[in-house]
Each structure stands twice: as C-alpha cells, then as structure tokens.
Design a protein around this ligand. Structure first.
Ligand code: ADQ
Length: 458
C-alpha cells in the first residue's frame, strides 16, 4: 500500500492537547490509521528559515516533518498573501484585500522552498495530499521538479464566484497552477462549480463530464467533499465529567432560562457584529425575551496582528456594552462576550447547556461549530441550530433554521422561532442532522477523497 504524505501550513499535534482544530483532528485520525508523513511549518521564525534543519518526530506509524521560515517569509507569504490577500478575496471581500507588491512573490517563494524540502523525502508511489489556501502552488512546484506522484488538494475555505476571483491580480495564473493537482476537493458543490466555471470561462478549459475538467493538457477531478467532524467522539465528550461541570455552571447561572451560544474565532468572515445586532433586535421586537434569554459568545482572538481583526474585537466590546447597558437587569446580563478559548470537553458542555446554536458567518468554507453543536446535544431534549445560508454546512444541514446573516430582522425571527419550537419538532430536526453528521464524519471525508484520487489517476 502506498504511503500517505500530508502537507499543510501547520502540522499536528498528534496528541489531543485540546488545542487542535477540526482539520488537525481529522488528519490525525486518518494518518494514524493509514500511517504516513505530515509535512509543514514548525510555527517558528528563524534566520535560516526554510534552509534550516528539518525537525522530525515519529510516533508509531506517523512522522511529523517540519521546517522554519524567515521573518520575510512570514510577512510576505503567511501574514501577507495568505491572510491579507487570499483570505479576504476567497471570502468574497475584495474590499478588504491587500495586494501588497511583495506578497505574491513571497507566496511563490515559500511554496517552492517547501516543495524543494519535501522532495528528497518522497518515494515513487507516495500519495500526496496538500491542504488549504497556503499551498495552491505546491503541486506545480513539485511537477516542475519532475515529481509524477498522485497529488490531491483540499480547500478548507470558500472558492468564490468567477466574477469575484477575477478581481485578484493574476487569478488566472493561480488557477492554471492549481491544475497540476490530480484532484481538487472543495467544501461544497457551489465552490466546486465556481472553480469549474472559472476554468471554463477565464482560461478556456472544458468540462469533460463526471466532475472532470480539462485545461492546459491536464485532466483534473473537481468535486465537493464536505468535511465532517468525529461526531460520535464529540458527542461522547459532551458527557465527560469536565463537560458536565461546564453544563452545570451555565445552568446555575441562567437558572434554567434559555441561552444562545456562538463560538467563533474573531474574524470578519464570521458575521459577529451582525449577530450581536440581530440579538438586540430579538430583544426589541420580541420583548417577552427580556430578562430571560441571553447570548454567550466565545471568541478566541486570531491573527490579532492584522488591523481588521483588532477592529472587530473593539466593535464587539462596544456592542456588548451598548446592548447590556440598554437592556440588563439586576439578575440578567443579555450578552456575555468572552475573548478566550476553551478545551474541547468544556466546549462540548457549553454547547449542551445552550438551547440555540447561533452560527451566522457571512461566508464560511464549512463551519465545524455547526456540527459540533448538533453532536453535543441531548437526544431527548436537543437545542435548535440557526445557521447562515453562506456557511458550507448549510448545504448538508437543511433541518437547521437557515438564515441570511445580513438580515437583522430575519435572524431575530429565526431566533424567536428556535426559542419557541416544540420538543417534537426539535427532536425530528436534530435526529436528521445527527444521523447525517455521524455518517459523513471526518474519516469518511478523507477516505472518499483518497479513494477518488486513486480511481481518477490509475
Ligand atoms: P475555521 O475558520 O477555524 O476553519 P470552524 O470550521 O468553525 O472555522 O472551526 C473552528 C474550530 O475551532 C472548531 O473546531 C471550534 O470548536 C474551534 N473553536 C472555535 N472557537 C473556540 C474557542 N473559543 N475555544 C476552543 N475552540 C474553539 C476553517 C474554515 C472553515 C472549515 C474549517 C475546516 O474557515 O470553514 O469548516 O477550516 O475545514
């Protein structure tokens, strides 16, 4: 059997430290099952950067191999092109994109350097699987070095409509280079269609049917593969002593009054200010909720070196103060905003104590929080998920209350419906979603991509 080689910007950890996100957890499971090599950045900046020593660590059948990068690599490739240029454009926010002149060149340099360092470790029949928007060019760099292995790519964030992507300088070159992959996986069929449309309309490619596009002499399988979570595992976390402690603390605080929960990294794509305003509208339009319903928002800061992120945090703190000042009572605080993170067990307990899961990104590749919220519920008395139509998760969770996150009124009305939904309807909707996230879990997701890669490139 061939060895699996995973490439991603950040690598591991293999142990459950409570810090790994959904992507890392999914990949750890697959790698531990199949064995393999996981290659990427140490997370450290040094003078030697990608020319420095390779740091390896092997646990059972999995080897982690990591290299540093220089300050210039970090500034141009990571903080620059990946987070200031690609992230906003791919989330449909051309208005926030920064096309700094050194960024694109830094991105190419780091893709080329990382491919150069991986190459000597590769065996002829290794299957290579590259993750996310940090490494769009990776396969093209490997091919230029004569690597002919099977290489798949998965994009964790949205791929925008061609009309948006065309605003990225050199978008056509970026997409042309992506065609060096044999398989390109997206979170949803919408993202896969957007890519296919770009290839056809902007670079003269053709649709070969059966999800294959061809252009520049390459035939690439392009499909949606919605990422899942370890739904059974997460559901069990919600009943651990640690989770129960958190559930109990919240229930004591709310005294049985309903809580709405939001959990997101602080990021403009997550629609947090819009969410707070929708909650305010709930209290305005449906005054019976005053003194009763509260919103808990857990939001660990991310990428705080970027101005746009620091601004949102300020805005959220202001909105919290404004709404609490306007509505709070002696024994009731409408919004509790916590800019911190919790362990996965604690989170599971917090979800379980919340009558409504409010997941309203303006754009999101998938959104694992929506799935975690469902997995953590009590089967006999589950909460209700209110979900943005612009989260990839909406494609596979039609039983949620689907909303337009820009509509303050619409989200407030959905919250009101969620808070008043009869038990039987809550159970029916929850059961359908729970069954689906268990069947389409993280390991099924990975297996399907690797099986398709195998069939597509015999
Ligand atoms: P993210 O943008 O990070 O992921 P998401 O899918 O919601 O978004 O995953 C976030 C993860 O971090 C979840 O597992 C969540 O539990 C965890 N998390 C969030 N806040 C936390 C907190 N306060 N404490 C502890 N943990 C917290 C990107 C894409 C998504 C895509 C994923 C996976 O943007 O669209 O779903 O990758 O492909």
């Amino acid at each position: 059997m061939s060895r699996l080689v995973v490439v991603s910007n950040r690598v591991g950890p293999l142990k459950d430290t409570g810090k790994a996100g959904g992507l890392a957890v999914a990949l750890v499971d697959v790698l531990q099952e199949m064995g393999g090599l996981w290659f990427g950045w140490t997370g450290t900046i040094s003078d030697e950067g990608s020319f420095g020593p390779l740091q390896t660590e092997t646990t059972k059948n999995v080897t982690l191999a990591q290299i540093d990068m220089t300050q210039a690599d970090y500034d141009d490739y990571y903080a620059g092109y990946a987070n200031r240029t690609l992230w906003p454009v791919l989330h449909y926010r051309l208005d926030l994109a920064d096309f700094g002149r050194r960024y694109e060149e830094g991105y190419r340099r780091v893709n080329e350097r990382f491919a150069t360092r991986l190459r000597p470790m590769l065996k002829a029949d290794d299957v290579i699987w590259v993750q996310d928007y940090h490494f769009f060019n990776f396969a093209a760099e490997l091919r230029a070095m004569g690597v002919n292995n099977k290489v798949a790519f998965f994009l964790h964030i949205p791929f925008p409509a061609p009309e948006i992507l065309a605003g990225l300088p050199n978008a056509d070159q970026l997409v042309r280079r992506m065609l060096a992959y044999d398989l390109i996986g997206f979170q949803t069929t919408r993202d896969a269609d957007n890519f296919r449309r770009f290839v056809i309309s902007e670079i003269g490619g053709t649709d070969k049917g059966n999800s294959v596009v061809s252009a520049g002499g390459r035939e690439v399988l392009v499909r949606g593969y919605p990422i899942g979570i370890d739904a059974m595992g997460f559901s069990k976390l919600a009943t651990t002593p640690d989770a129960r402690r958190h559930t109990a603390r919240i229930e004591k605080l709310t005294g049985g009054r309903p809580q709405i929960i939001g959990v997101d990294r602080i990021d403009y794509s997550k629609g947090l200010p819009e969410r707070f305003r929708a909650f305010e509208r709930l209290l305005e339009d449906y005054p019976e909720n005053r003194g009763g319903v509260s919103l808990m928002q857990v939001a660990p800061p991310s990428r705080s070196e970027l101005d746009a992120y620091a601004e949102i945090r300020r805005e959220l703190e202001e909105l919290t103060g404004h709404i609490n000042g306007r509505f709070a009572d002696l024994d009731w605080t409408p919004i509790r905003f916590m800019a911190r993170s919790f362990t996965r067990r604690a989170l599971a307990g917090i979800y379980r104590a919340s009558r409504v899961g409010l997941v309203t990104p303006l754009r999101d590749g998938m959104n694992l929080v929506a799935k975690e919220y469902v997995a953590a519920q009590r089967a006999e008395d589950p909460g209700v998920l209110v979900l943005s139509r612009f989260a990839g998760a909406a494609e596979g969770m039609p039983e949620a209350l689907i909303v337009n996150p820009h509509s303050t009124e619409g989200v407030a009305a959905a919250l009101q419906a969620a808070l008043n939904m009869p038990l039987e309807e809550r159970r029916d909707r929850w059961q359908a979603m729970f069954d689906r996230i268990c069947a389409q879990d993280a390991s099924a997701w990975a297996r399907e991509i690797l099986a398709d890669l195998d069939t597509h490139r015999k």
